[in-house]
Design a protein around this ligand. Structure first.
Ligand code: KG4
Ligand code: ZN
Length: 362
């Protein structure tokens, strides 16, 4: 793999500003999982970004697909109306409609898919079909006051509830997958651990919160041995399960008495697995800018470790604000702007895609 990487034009730095000479107005809609979101972007600036999260799933310990699609149907009109109102624009000013085509839950994706198609026909504007994982990465290209954006190429680690990927981002529409998870995603490792601890879904943010008062060295969990730059988290999940079963046999109150330390220890293991891979990818590619994306990049220990890695390797670190880490439509909008720039327009016949690969696997 290293030979292939060395042949890449690693320092073909292109300014993001050149992509957005126009102030094109786009409406973006996201409904791939359990958040209904709509955003209005003008060029790479976000005028509004409304997210309606579905609370209904917490009682079930995970997202229930049928309930998710019904909730999206209820929320989509008010969420889009609010996004337009907050942006202070009329829908007739829109120049394109972007939506998440996949990957995600089919019934959920269908809601934004059909809504975006109807709106684009009604307004007579182009449709833009966005890949959810690419959008997580391109959230880094949103203009933020007082913050710089990474230039291409940069390395991005995308860590969400369904995916864990290490991506070499050569340009907005050209990405190489350096590594990905062979089983569970990093977010699943957090959520499944939380479930074992009796915490509601999604458990990632709760583990983060309890871990703040815990000792990350108190309990030891082994890290997986995986070739190349791929990841594996299912062994850790099983390790936590057996550990808890053993400890609960000795003391039925073990979890409640040690919750903070368990959370801190599991969290630090997940963070170490991710940071080790990012360090290896930097050594291999020699790319000098690293970025985090996806819901798990909201994790405070991961953000801290990422900044420390940047200092250790003397590279620039980019971590999105919390609102652009978890699922949101602003990231769909910026990805849509890049598609429009490349004249890659969607089709009314496009079906949503529960699974959808992107980029090249190195
Ligand atoms: O990207 P995202 O919002 O949705 C997907 O596309 O999957 O990611 C959701 C995932 C969930 O697994 C959630 O538990 C995790 O991100 N997450 C966190 C934190 N905030 C969200 N995991 C750990 N610590 C957090 N602070
Ligand atoms: Zn996501």
């Amino acid at each position: 793999m290293s030979n292939v990487l060395i042949a890449l034009p690693l320092y073909q730095i292109s300014s993001l500003l050149t992509y957005f000479s126009k102030d094109r107005l786009i409406l973006a809609i996201e409904s791939s999982c359990d958040d209904t979101s709509a955003a209005v972007l003008q060029g790479n600036r976000v005028l509004s970004n409304v997210v309606s999260s579905q609370e209904i799933h917490s009682a079930y310990g995970g997202v229930v697909p049928e309930l998710a699609s019904r909730e999206h149907q209820k929320s989509i009109v008010p969420v889009v109306e609010m996004a337009l109102r907050q942006a202070g624009i009329d829908k007739r000013d829109l120049e394109a409609v972007a939506y998440t085509r996949g990957p995600g839950l089919l019934g959920s994706l269908l809601v934004a898919n059909s809504f975006a198609k109807s709106l684009s026909v009604a307004l007579g504007v182009p449709l833009l079909e966005v890949h959810h994982m690419q959008a997580h990465i391109l959230a880094h290209c949103i203009a933020l006051d007082g913050h710089s954006n990474p230039a291409f190429p940069f390395l991005c680690m995308t860590v969400s509830g369904g995916h864990t990927q290490l991506v070499l981002v050569e340009s907005a529409n050209s990405m190489q997958i350096l590594g990905q998870t062979l089983d569970d995603a990093a977010g699943e490792a957090f959520d499944k651990t939380a479930k074992l601890l009796g915490l509601p879904y999604p458990g990632g943010p709760l583990i983060d919160r309890y871990a703040k008062d815990g000792d990350p060295h108190r309990f030891h969990f082994s890290k997986p041995k995986v070739e190349g730059l791929d990841f594996s988290f299912s062994g850790l999940k099983t390790g936590v399960l057996y550990f808890l079963q053993k400890m609960m046999q000795e003391n039925p109150r073990f979890v409640e008495e040690n919750l903070n330390d368990i959370c801190a220890s599991v969290q630090s293991t997940i963070v170490e697995i991710l940071i080790d891979r990012m360090r290896e990818a930097m050594v291999l590619t020699k790319v000098r800018q690293i970025a985090l994306a996806g819901g798990v990049s909201a994790n405070s220990a991961l953000r801290k470790a990422f900044h420390e890695l940047g200092e250790e390797m003397n590279v620039q670190v980019f971590i999105p604000p919390f609102s652009y880490c978890t699922d949101n439509a602003a990231m769909i909008g910026i990805a849509g702007q890049f598609l429009f720039e490349d004249q890659q327009f969607g089709e009314l016949s496009s079906a949503p895609l529960a699974r959808w690969e992107f980029g090249n696997r190195l």
